[in-house]
Design a protein around this ligand. Structure first.
Ligand code: MG
Ligand code: MG
Length: 272
């Protein structure tokens, strides 16, 4: 059943989402060649606890760490380890935090040093597809509208849209109804309403959409070994329109990137 959130609950969820946003911003400065994902995991755990929250993933379904760290061909659910990152890698960092009984959950794929133009394009298109999906998350639309928008945008660029893993409702549980696939048909699926909160999270492969899982029972990677990207925002429906609860602004600030994508999105959401 879909849990509708009150305006007060949505404000608490914003607080949780922003703790994750700040954690990712802190990590953005630390992502570089020679650094291990396990080191970043420890930094994140400390940062989240220092901000009065608990890591959202640690122990959830017995996941062993604070961050899901998925480099290169890993799609999601990678486990932090002591292998140093290398120049030209990408690393998808997915982070969760829980405070006041509500979860924040979002993700960003970072470049490690200088990456190839092909990879830059994969990251850009995946992030753009996230906003394409979020635009469709408004009262009266349906789950299939979001999935269709993401799928069409990414497949038009020749990328593979992962089917087996999906976004989700978010609240007092990390995974609530409805499931939010990154593919679908317009006008199909559950209907969106005021007060719904979801995590929208395209997982997009440079090559085939097919995936496999490592024997660790967690790590998902592309079947063809090509890179994969993952961007995730937490979004509420407020006054019928999509409202971002999470932000990439701390990441952009840390990296010195000028981006008005979220401002543009907010302006546009007002007139949707
Ligand atoms: Mg996530
Ligand atoms: Mg999620």
């Amino acid at each position: 059943m879909i849990q509708i959130k009150s305006p007060e609950q949505i404000e608490l969820m914003r607080e949780s989402a922003l703790i994750v946003s700040r954690t990712l911003g802190m990590l953005a400065k630390e992502v570089k060649p020679g650094v291990t994902t396990l080191y970043l995991d420890k930094l994140a755990e400390e940062f989240i606890r220092d901000h009065g929250a608990e890591p959202g993933f640690l122990g959830l379904y017995d996941f062993p760490n604070t961050l899901c760290m998925s480099p290169n061909a890993q799609v999601v659910h990678g486990i932090p380890n002591d292998t140093p990152m290398e120049e030209g890698d990408i690393i998808s960092i997915d982070c969760g935090a829980v405070k006041n009984g509500f979860y924040g959950d979002h993700a960003y794929t970072f470049e490690v040093g200088e990456v190839s133009d092909d990879i830059k394009n994969l990251l850009r298109i995946t992030k753009e597809s996230l906003y394409e999906g979020i635009r469709q998350f408004r009262a009266g639309n349906r789950v299939g509208d979001v999935g269709f928008a993401i799928q069409q945008y990414c497949e038009n660029h020749g990328y593979g849209v992962v089917r087996e893993l999906v976004g989700h409702g978010l609240g007092s549980k990390m995974h609530e109804d409805p499931e939010m696939p990154n593919y679908g048909k317009r006008g199909r699926g559950k209907k969106f309403a005021e007060g719904m909160v979801v995590a929208i999270e395209p997982m997009i492969n440079m090559g085939t959409q097919r995936i496999k899982q490592l024997r660790d029972g967690w790590t998902i990677l592309t079947a063809d070994g090509k890179p994969s990207a993952h961007f995730e925002h937490d979004v509420a429906i407020v006054n019928g329109k999509p409202e971002l609860l999470s932000t990439f602004a701390y990441i952009y600030e840390a990296l010195g990137i000028q981006s008005n994508e979220e401002d543009e999105f907010r302006k546009e959401a007002l007139v949707l």
